[in-house]
Design a protein around this ligand. Structure first.
Ligand SMILES: NC(=O)C[C@H](N)C(=O)O
Length: 632
């Protein structure tokens, strides 16, 4: 921690004095100063030297336990969820909880949460602290409804700013539906949400629950993959691309039309090219309104017109028709086609999806074109689960006209369908720059070229961000570079642009999917950098996009605010206010900024602070954090 104490926000706020006054040399673990403070009064202080982790950092994950096999036991009626048993069980598993570390670092005292656990250090040297929120009753996922999806969404929204990632424990039977639904409900998502579960309860000797939970936690706590994902049997999938394909294998899920986002091998291999990029500058929010008048209808030879008619009766508003092959239906059945036409004329949205596990619907066959003529929308390569939940989400947007809803159904909203990439593929060999380097290194194959590109472009992109050269960034992007990647210090172009105050460039990077939550090796986000270098416009834009201080940074801000108040620095205080700091937060000695300003006789600072605190309409209103996260 000592070497991290000079030039970034978090480091500037650390309190070496705390360590001195307690006369305890810091262990190599990077704890937040507030935990240090707690530690000083903790009975386990004498054990400090046993904290063995080398200099790592911590991240926080919220685990929402909805039920499913992972936490089931065998009852008279068969397998059913067991309440209040998971935390106790995990606490006894050394791969899922490091009791010594928790004790030595006063984890329970600090978080005041019995259900907070900590993983042993990861290979990337991170400690993942996770808090389990268990639902009551726990459900077999066959019992889940759209209301349960809404509850999960709202709990994530409530706790969004307190955690780096989210894991949802869920039964496998309807996990693909929940994952799809959440992917649409979570708008402008900037953090990972990973669903997982198991085929065998975690309490049994041989089970897949431990590995699945561990993998999901490691991903949610270490990688900014801003998607609703599903982790199972060593693979991370996009949630709206999966389907359950096996009732009894550990390898229960498949993502037939999209390769996994990541694979857990010796190391996690993230397929960053596939990871979804946000293209808006809006804040995260969850839309819980879903339309329940939707359904799935699977075509089969000999289906009667009256069955179809009955299915399409009001109040039905949206149907996924599961057709044959590449989206085909009998073109010698005018009775069926008439029922479909009547329904679409009456405003029912019918989406054509294939019954096949893999592939897309197309208009290659006459038997497919008749469905287009009947007013069906092509569902591309969407899974029926994704198409159904997308319908439910889109139809709940009552502010949209029917035409706008249909248009939205045809759009790729969250990576649930493949865009028609004909002619749009980026070609690495277009880049003269990379070519010249590749030539000088005598490489020619695609993989080697890509490796060179990936090694060089993060630094080049940061250099372009430093001088505000948007054109250079556009050119790098066209080469296929991922502008979200960080340099050797984990500093992304967005960090650099935020430091330099290049507002337009910040906007451009956000439009390209740069993450406001990316942390560099010192734990700093672009927001920390923009505050430090006092770029108000950038701070405003980042806040608008959902950037926020972590709970620890907010706690530590008190001392910085006091020092600004002592030196009469109104501008400095204002920028912290805009960034979302709580101006009433006391410093390390318990005094607030206003008290410090009063003592120093800085009248106008007192006035400014008073007016800020009285003004309800102020921009970037202070966020009040309680000692406990909002979930309690
Ligand atoms: N493996 C499982 O989790 C199946 C269980 N019936 C569920 O979906 O809740």
């Amino acid at each position: 921690m000592a070497e991290c104490s000079t030039n970034t926000l978090g480091r500037a706020l650390s309190h070496p004095t705390l360590i001195e006054t307690n006369d305890v040399s810091p262990p190599s673990v990077q704890l937040h100063p507030s935990r240090w403070r707690k530690l000083s009064s903790c009975s386990s202080l004498e054990n400090l030297e046993k904290v063995t982790s080398p200099c790592g950092s911590e991240s926080r994950v919220l685990v929402i336990n909805t039920g499913g096999t992972i936490g089931m036991t065998l009852h008279d009626t068969g397998y059913a969820p067991k309440a209040n048993a998971l935390v106790e069980n995990l606490r006894k598993l050394p791969i899922l909880h490091d009791e010594l570390y928790a004790h030595q670092t006063c984890l329970y005292e600090y978080y005041k949460l019995e259900n907070t656990l900590v993983l042993p250090p990861s290979k990337l040297n991170k400690r993942i602290i996770y808090t389990i929120l268990e639902y009551s009753p726990l459900l077999d996922s066959s019992n889940m409804t759209t209301e349960d999806w809404g509850r999960i969404g709202k709990d994530i929204e409530k706790n969004y700013e307190n955690f780096d990632g989210f894991v949802i424990l869920h039964g496998t039977d309807t996990m693909a539906y929940t994952a799809s639904a959440l992917s649409f409900m979570c708008e402008h998502l900037g953090k990972p949400i990973v669903l997982t579960g198991s085929q065998v309860p975690i309490y049994e000797l041989r089970n897949d629950g431990r590995d699945n939970l561990l993998g999901a936690l490691l991903i949610a706590g270490q990688f900014v993959i801003p998607e609703v994902c599903l982790y199972f049997y060593n693979k991370l999938y996009r949630g709206n691309r999966v389907t359950k394909v096996d009732a009894s294998s550990f390898n229960a899920f498949n993502s037939p039309n999209l390769p996994p986002l990541a694979t857990a091998e010796v190391d996690f291999k993230i397929n960053w090219d596939t990871v979804w990029r946000a293209n808006t500058t809006a804040k995260f929010q969850v839309r819980t309104e879903l339309n329940r008048n939707v359904g799935l209808l699977r075509l089969f030879p000999g289906i009667t017109a009256s069955t179809v008619r009955a299915f399409l009766q009001p109040p039905m508003q949206g149907v996924v028709l599961e057709t044959y092959g590449s989206g085909n239906a009998p073109d010698n059945r005018p009775d069926l086609l008439e029922e479909l036409s009547k329904a679409t004329d009456n405003g029912v949205i019918i989406v054509n999806c294939t019954q096949c596990l893999r592939g897309t619907v197309s208009a290659s066959y006459a038997t497919g074109r008749v469905l287009m003529d009947a007013g069906l929308l092509a569902g591309g390569d969407m899974t029926p689960e994704a198409a159904l939940s997308k319908l439910s989400y889109v139809l709940a947007k009552k502010e949209l006209t029917l035409d706008a809803q249909k248009k939205m159904m045809a759009q790729n909203l969250r990576g649930e369908m493949s865009a028609d990439l004909e002619g749009a593929k980026l070609c690495l060999s277009d880049s003269r720059f990379i070519q010249v380097i590749a030539k000088s290194l005598s490489v020619s194959c695609k993989e080697e070229l890509e490796a060179i590109r990936d090694a060089l472009t993060p630094s080049l992109a940061c250099a372009a961000a430093k001088i505000g050269d948007t054109e250079a960034l556009v050119a790098l992007k066209e080469m296929g570079s991922d502008l979200r990647l960080g340099d050797f210090d984990g500093r992304t172009p967005l960090h650099i642009a935020a430091c330099e105050g290049h507002l337009r460039l910040v906007q451009y990077l956000l439009n390209q999917g740069a993450s406001v939550h990316a942390k560099d090796r010192y734990g700093d986000t672009p927001l920390c950098n923009a505050v430090r270098f006092r770029h108000k416009d950038v701070v405003r834009l980042l806040r608008k996009t959902g950037a926020h201080f972590s709970r620890e940074q907010l706690e530590e801000a008190g001392s910085e605010l006091c020092s600004l108040a002592a030196s009469g620095d109104k501008e400095g205080l204002d920028i912290w206010r805009i960034a979302g700091a709580d101006l009433t937060r006391p410093g390390y000695d318990g005094k607030t900024a206003i008290e410090v300003a009063q003592a120093a006789g800085n009248k106008d600072v007192v006035e400014v602070l008073n007016s800020c605190m009285n003004s309800k309409t102020m921009n970037g209103a202070a966020i009040e954090f309680t000692a406990k996260p909002a979930l309690l």
